[in-house]
Design a protein around this ligand. Structure first.
Ligand SMILES: N[C@@H](CCC(=O)N[C@@H](CS)C(=O)NCC(=O)O)C(=O)O
Length: 217
């Protein structure tokens, strides 16, 4: 039996689900993925299906088989994984870097509403950049500045050196910037290429592509 079950939404769309998927992949633990179809206006069963796993009625949800524990919310799942798999180094070792990585991850978790709304995740699609609202442009500039700063301080290849939860939290943003062709500088461009090339991102891309091709997304 696998160590975990991760319940996610339609992979082409569910940006929240991608984050713990990347973190879970990085632990090397065994897990199975259950995909619940989102945005089915004529199928009210989506909510019922999610409620079978979590009282919060949202994906992602992590089921920890050892102990029969259920954790919902992307950041809570990532924190739980970091605690259960210290060897995976999901947070930086140095407390100062860890504090910055946590702050950046929390900023992502609770912020950038206009980026989310205007540049919705369409993982497997390539779309024209819409005319950006001022707030969206401001939030994009803040993200790029935060990435550039973190990469310059750490020297890469990821935001805090090795892959951490901060990269997992920004994985869907990388996908959005690729989908809409957001203009970025060379350091950020190289970082985005590295994130897109992660085996976990490729696995997610394959799932999203299949959903798009079969009309599920
Ligand atoms: N803050 C939550 C957000 C979760 C969330 O909004 N999930 C969406 C999909 S990406 C969802 O479950 N939507 C289904 C619904 O609202 O019925 C997290 O970090 O996990």
């Amino acid at each position: 039996m696998a160590d975990y079950t991760l319940v996610v939404g339609t992979r082409n769309w569910s940006s929240w689900s991608l984050r713990p998927f990347l973190a879970l992949h990085a632990t090397g633990a065994s897990f199975e993925t259950v995909v619940i179809r989102l945005r089915q206006a004529d199928h009210p069963t989506t909510r019922e299906q999610i409620l079978r796993y979590s009282p919060a009625g949202k994906v992602p949800v992590l089921k920890i088989h050892d102990g029969d524990v259920v954790v919902w919310d992307s950041l809570a799942i990532c924190e739980t994984l970091a605690e259960r798999h210290p060897e995976a180094g999901l947070w930086p070792d140095d407390w100062k870097l860890r504090a910055r990585a946590r702050a950046l991850s929390a900023e992502m978790h609770s912020g950038y509403p206009d980026v989310r709304e205007q540049l919705t995740m369409e993982f497997a699609r390539r779309l024209p950049l819409p005319e950006l609202h001022e707030a969206t442009s401001r939030q994009i500039a803040r993200i790029l500045e935060a990435w550039e700063d973190a990469l310059a301080r750490s020297g890469g290849p990821f935001l805090f050196g090795r892959f951490t939860i901060a990269d997992a939290m920004f994985g869907p943003v990388v996908s959005r910037f690729v989908t809409y062709g957001v203009e970025v500088g060379p350091a950020v461009g190289a970082y985005m290429d590295r994130v897109m090339a992660l085996p976990a991102m490729r696995a997610w891309a394959k799932g999203a592509q299949e959903e798009v091709e079969s009309g599920l997304a």
